[in-house]
Design a protein around this ligand. Structure first.
Ligand code: CTP
Length: 404
């Protein structure tokens, strides 16, 4: 995928991960993009404007007020002259500033003044990342249309502490940029496809949740295979430990209701492929505090049904042309799959046997049957990647038939 002639404004925040942003500049330029850098005062404690300027082959902008700077083009022009703004590392401070509309330095003023898409790669100490204030800011920013890549789990460079907060690797950020800006080619170019993947977590109290064994491998592989064929893919992923696929916009959610809202927000689309193992039920009212063992014995959990996301999409007023669901069964595979096809308003059900002896859940291989109104096609036992590639081709053929 090429980023040729794309103009990226890279806002470098003050964190130790700033050193990775230097590599990011190189990687983006290798793909044909031009990169112009804005650095916060804190960023300059970690890397120098000279390094960023040398790698970007452009002036580095640092000051909101420096009218003497012959290069001063102003924060409005900086954002106007970009196709995308990437914030890497996006510190807790930069996120907080944009979430609350502050603009007291060049970086925050650029972010507030822009009407261009913004992609943030957060990097911070795991405690800062999991702090309620940061979570709130992230949610606000996501609602405002800011895109995110990462952070990943891992060891923090400065403290050795492990947890979520490590900045996404430069190539992952490049993939996210390509997902937003890259020119795509292939049979699915120009098609937008929504994919769900992974389990959902349904909270019982602040520390406990109900989950299932889905790893997200199959759904993520399908998202990647569709992107490979040129589709613009929005992947709505429940909590998984595998990486976001390259070239795909990934939206991270926890609960079924959040997944439903994210899918809804991603419509309209040409196709929807619902692979997630959505929890069928959630606890009726999540306890605000950890439930303690007490004299009362084990608590009785009152459950209520979750929305059926696939059925919602299958009967949606913005229904995609092609709706694909999965059927995970431990018995009566085909009969159940046919029933799901009808009930959920799907065009294709990919049926798989998830009996424990098959090792499908969490494993690398899958044996599926493709169930449509027209009949059943059996596919041999294959790697999940191969199932994904074949399904992506099938989807491309079905969508091609809509071209006039
Ligand atoms: N699905 C969904 N939302 C739900 C439940 C399921 O979108 N709340 C989707 C899954 O992503 C999958 C399909 O529906 O594509 C079938 O999932 P499965 O778990 O096999 O079916 P259920 O509807 O849960 O039916 P049952 O539990 O009775 O087998």
């Amino acid at each position: 995928m090429s980023l040729s002639a794309k103009r990226i404004l890279l806002v470098i925040g003050g964190g130790v991960a700033a050193y990775k942003s230097l590599d990011l500049i190189r990687r983006l330029r290798e793909r044909g993009a031009s990169v112009r850098c804005v650095m916060t005062a804190a960023a300059q404690q970690f890397v120098t404007p000279l390094s960023a300027g040398t790698l970007s082959a452009d002036h580095v902008f640092t000051d909101l007020f420096d009218r003497n700077d012959e290069h001063d083009v102003g924060h409005i022009r900086l954002s106007r002259e970009a196709d995308l703004i990437v914030v890497a590392p996006a510190t807790a401070d930069l996120m907080a500033k944009l979430a609350t509309g502050q603009a007291n330095d060049l970086a925050s003023a650029v972010l507030l003044a822009t009407d261009k898409p913004v992609l943030m790669a957060p990097a911070m100490n795991p405690r800062m990342w999991s702090h309620a204030a940061t979570r709130r800011n992230r949610e606000t920013l996501a609602r405002d249309g800011i895109r995110f890549v990462g952070p990943a789990r891992g060891e923090m460079a400065e403290s050795g502490e492990a947890g979520e907060g490590r900045m996404a690797e430069p190539l992952e950020i490049v993939a996210a940029v390509e997902g937003l800006l890259g020119r795509r080619t292939g049979p699915l170019a120009g098609r937008r496809i929504v994919v769900t993947s992974g389990p959902t977590h349904e909270p019982i109290d602040p520390v406990r949740y109900i989950a299932n064994r889905s790893s997200g491998k199959q759904g993520h592989a399908i998202a990647a295979a569709l992107a490979e064929l040129g589709a613009e893919v929005v992947l709505v992923s429940g909590p998984v430990t595998i990486a976001d696929p390259a070239g795909v916009e990934t939206v991270h959610v926890e609960t079924a209701r959040q997944m439903q809202a994210a899918v809804e927000a991603a419509l309209p689309a040409d196709a929807a492929v619902m692979v997630a193992a959505v929890a069928d039920w959630r606890v009726a009212s999540e306890a605000g505090e950890k439930i303690k063992k007490g004299a009362g014995g084990a608590p009785a959990l009152q459950m209520v049904e979750n929305p059926d996301i696939l059925a919602g999409v299958g009967h949606h007023r913005k229904r995609p042309f092609l709706v694909v669901g999965f059927a995970a069964e431990t018995q009566d595979l085909l009969a159940n799959a046919r029933q799901k096809l009808k009930r959920k308003g799907a065009d294709i059900i990919v049926a798989n046997d998830v009996s424990p002896q098959g090792g499908v859940m969490g494993g690398d291989r899958n044996e599926v049957r493709i169930v449509t109104a027209g009949g059943v096609e059996e596919w041999p036992l294959m790697d999940k990647d191969a199932v994904a590639a074949r399904l992506a081709e099938l989807i491309a053929r079905r969508l091609a038939s809509t071209l006039t």
